[in-house]
Design a protein around this ligand. Structure first.
Ligand SMILES: [Zn+2]
Length: 149
């Protein structure tokens, strides 16, 4: 029991460190971009269930998620769903594709996701950088004016 808690704590710490390393590598110089890059990195690790130590901001969301580990069985699927529900603070009614896409949008864009004008169906084709820029736009406070091409 204590081992489980300890390893979870370790994972949380290093996940945060990976997120900050990614944010500082590609978005240094702007607090809003660093925060949101770290937040997007965390969301992508959660969704892909992989440690993304070499995340490329120009890869698409689809590419990142395809590298991930899909749930192994139905119990694993339920646990994964619960983790995502915990992340967005809401319950997920079922698992059809449209719901998965809007869930993806909420997890990836974070607390301000409800204000985006993005169609959730376009999300897989967008770049990691595009997601970070949208998170920054939704929360405002960007000092660098960096935009996705
Ligand atoms: Zn910025």
């Amino acid at each position: 029991m204590s081992t489980t808690i300890f390893s979870r704590f370790n994972f949380a710490t290093s996940s945060r460190e990976r997120g900050l390393a990614f944010a500082n590598r590609y978005f240094a110089g702007c607090c809003a971009h660093i925060d949101e890059a770290a937040g997007a990195h965390r969301a992508l690790e959660l969704l892909s269930r992989e440690q993304l130590s070499d995340l490329d901001p120009d890869s698409s969301i689809r590419e990142v998620l395809e590298r991930g580990t899909p749930p192994a069985d139905s119990l694993d699927t339920v646990e994964f769903g619960m983790k995502l529900e915990e992340e967005i603070g809401a319950s997920i009614p079922s698992s059809d594709d449209a719901i998965w896409e809007s869930l993806l949008l909420r997890v990836l864009l974070g607390p301000s996701a409800m204000r985006t004008t993005w169609d959730s169906a376009t999300l897989p084709a967008r770049s990691v950088r595009g997601v970070i820029d949208e998170r920054v736009r939704l929360r405002s406070g960007c000092a660098c004016g960096q935009r996705a091409v």
